[in-house]
Design a protein around this ligand. Structure first.
Ligand SMILES: Cc1cc2nc3c(=O)[nH]c(=O)nc-3n(C[C@H](O)[C@H](O)[C@H](O)COP(=O)(O)O)c2cc1C
Length: 349
């Protein structure tokens, strides 16, 4: 195979293994704090009407009607472009933001930009996130944004994934911070730094607080596991159950008192996960593996119904919490499990 086909093949393997990961319910087996370690405090006298509830969020220079969106997965191969096109249609119909998967393939092989450009035609007015790895330079970042006429740019940090890739494939050099800061300072859209499923520690929040990035997506453990995926693809480094979960990463954000917009991804499968992530401080919440699984298993229309339902259920959860908006939700107390308290205590030092 030529280099381009090898790259496209890798994209397709990520998709098929991502689907398989979910299908085998591997996403349910991991250590660390889960959303079930966070409990909501009931408010049976909410003193509000459902109609008064406003789910919108102001972040990334935009007003989002809903606090959730479709996270980065694919693009650049025939299969990947097809899935992205379906996701773009869903995003447009549901008025939900969407991120594309890494555009590095189209930066390297410009003939592959068409598949990404098409998404803007399908979803002309929607909020779209461009996506690249954190080692790409400013010029590549600008091209990725232009390709999509993107509203924001995600730079993914994925050390654990790179190190578990087959020899010859993964990066082995991880000097990223200066580059991230340069792009954040010079690009004309908000920049998000995102993990891909291994989570964030308070030390990482501190490192990024010194930069001009607008937002941090914790990309926690608890859903798609790229160490497993890369091992299935032939990587010899079998990294087991590594990283901080999404819940743990959000607790770390509290310790770090981050002032950046906070996004939660990683193992989001239900509306209650979205609400709990918000209760723990997330401004926006996104899902990748779950959306992919639903799309492949049930098809586009049932997925749309599911997302439509999420909007309705979210409103009901806000009513159950007695809050009319996100600002009020963030002030609500939560109950944490003993294990969560122990985690907090250890990480306070
Ligand atoms: C098939 C697949 C491909 C992915 N490719 C990318 C990518 O190119 N860039 C990126 O930032 N994240 C990528 N991700 C990671 C997701 O955006 C997300 O951070 C991660 O899967 C955790 O969320 P989840 O548990 O909801 O899947 C990919 C995820 C999946 C399932």
């Amino acid at each position: 195979m030529r280099e381009k086909e090898i790259h496209q093949h890798r994209k397709d393997e990520h998709l098929s293994l991502g689907i398989k990961y979910w299908k085998n319910q591997r996403n349910e087996h991991f250590s660390g704090l889960r959303f079930s370690d966070v409990r909501m405090v009931p408010q049976g006298l909410p003193e509000l009407a459902l109609d008064e509830i406003d789910l919108s969020v102001r972040a990334l220079n935009t007003r989002f009607e809903q606090p959730f969106y479709i996270e980065a997965m694919t693009g650049g191969s025939t299969f990947g472009d097809k899935i992205n096109a379906q996701l773009a249609e869903i995003a447009a119909a549901q008025n939900l933001p969407m991120a594309v998967g890494s555009q590095s393939i189209a930066i390297k092989y410009p003939e592959l930009t068409a598949g990404f450009q098409k998404l803007r035609k399908i979803n002309p007015d929607g909020f779209m996130f461009a996506n690249l790895g954190a080692h790409h330079n400013l010029e590549a970042a600008k091209r990725a944004v232009d390709m999509l006429e993107a509203n924001a740019l995600e730079l993914h940090i994925n050390v654990a994934q790179e190190l578990t890739m087959k020899n010859g494939e993964g990066d082995r050099d991880f000097y990223w911070l200066e580059n991230i800061n340069e792009i954040a300072n010079k690009i004309n859209v908000p920049l998000i730094v995102k993990e891909v499923g291994f989570g964030f520690s308070k030390e990482m929040f501190h490192q990024l607080s010194q930069t001009a990035v607008s937002a941090i997506n914790v990309g926690g453990k608890g859903g798609t596991n790229f160490a497993w995926i890369e091992h299935q693809r032939g990587g010899e480094f079998e990294l087991e159950d590594y990283g901080f979960t999404t819940v743990e990463s959000l607790l770390e954000a509290q310790h770090a008192q981050t002032q950046k917009t906070l996004i939660a991804t990683g193992g989001i499968t239900a509306v209650s996960d979205i609400v709990k992530a918000q209760l723990l401080g997330a401004d926006l919440v996104s899902a990748a593996g779950f959306v992919l699984h639903q799309l492949m298993e049930n098809g586009s229309d049932p997925l749309q119904m599911k997302l439509e339902n999420w909007k309705k259920e979210l409103r009901r959860y806000y009513a159950l919490q007695g809050v009319k908006n996100k600002a009020a939700l963030k002030k609500r107390p939560v109950l944490l499990s003993m294990e969560a308290q122990y985690f907090l205590e250890q990480r306070r030092k």
